[in-house]
Ligand binder design. Structure first.
Ligand code: PDD
Length: 286
């Protein structure tokens, strides 16, 4: 089926959608993005994603081309036009197309930001990967320092993912100064003696929307949470490990750099958190 996508005010068949070759998203990865999941045709945690989007834009002095109400309406229209039941919506806002290449940012009064959205189908609730868990490798974190801003500079995470695939693993955990920052496109956690451990927020990781919800649900379920960094060695000795993201929810990790985590099958806490998250998000989807 040909998707209907949204480009700068128009709903178009994907085959007819175009952006300028001068778009700074294309030339310089001068763009921010969000990925929001959809279950049963409803949007999961739109509030969280729209707040983070506005923060990403404000950190980079971008002026949003749409209000958040308009953005919600565009998400809904795309769901309807594409008959989307389960999957997600990719949204990208770029600094626009000044008509030439220049390192300096254009005046936002003269060059408005560009905006593109498209839908994708993906099974989220019932997934074989979730039941089996994933294997990860570790790799040096060589991304830029403002990882709290969700930009489209994804070459290094993409490179890291390929290194993982070459070793027969699904993903990579990034390591800086001997400590795990996060996964290529997810936040990383370990569980030891019933305590959930994940790196504290800062400029060095993305402030995951799923992370915020998972930690809230964990505390509500009387689980112990510690926000601090951990090493790969500590992770390899943990009882459980998992990652979270909008499109993966909570996904168990069963092997790190060849070392089996716990008993080598998804742990009870990871599974329970996934269940709670799925239930709560379906209840509050809009
Ligand atoms: N990635 N850390 C990084 C580096 C990410 O790229 C992501 C999300 C996360 C998890 O954030 P959230 O829970 O808000 O999805 C953490 C998205 C899904 C992507 O790039 O496709």
């Amino acid at each position: 089926m040909t998707r209907t996508v949204y480009v700068n005010g128009d709903y178009l068949p994907e085959t007819e959608a175009k952006v300028s070759i001068f778009d700074r998203g294309f030339l310089m990865a001068d763009a921010v993005y969000e990925v929001t999941s959809v279950i049963g045709g409803k949007i999961i945690d739109f509030a969280g994603h729209s707040v983070r989007l506005q923060r990403s834009m404000s950190e980079l002095e971008m002026v949003s081309p749409v209000t958040m109400d308009e953005l919600l309406a565009i998400h809904r229209e795309l769901i309807t036009k594409n008959d989307l039941d389960e999957g997600g919506i990719y949204l990208q806002i770029t600094r626009g197309a000044p008509g030439d290449r220049d390192f300096a940012w254009p005046d936002p009064e003269e060059v408005p930001c560009g905006i593109v959205l498209f839908t994708f189908n993906k099974p989220l609730v019932d997934s074989k990967v979730m039941d089996e868990g994933i294997k990860v490798i570790s790799i040096a974190d060589e991304r830029w320092g403002r990882r709290d801003i969700k930009t489209t500079q994804l070459l290094y995470p993409s490179f890291a993912k390929m290194q993982a695939k070459k070793k027969g693993c699904a993903d990579a955990w990034l390591v800086e100064d001997g400590l795990v920052t996060e996964g290529t496109a997810n936040n990383a956690y370990i569980v030891k003696d019933g305590t959930i451990i994940t790196r504290q927020l800062g400029n060095d990781i993305l402030h995951g929307i799923t992370r915020a919800a998972i930690l809230r649900f964990a505390v509500e379920a009387q689980m112990k949470v510690e926000e601090r960094p951990f090493t790969i060695e500590e992770a390899q000795q943990a009882d459980e490990a998992f990652v979270t993201s909008a499109t993966g929810f909570a996904q168990p990790v069963i092997e790190i750099d060849g070392a089996t985590i716990g008993t080598g099958v998804p742990g009870d806490i990871s599974k329970r958190l996934r269940e709670i998250y799925t239930e709560e998000m379906i209840k509050t989807a809009i």
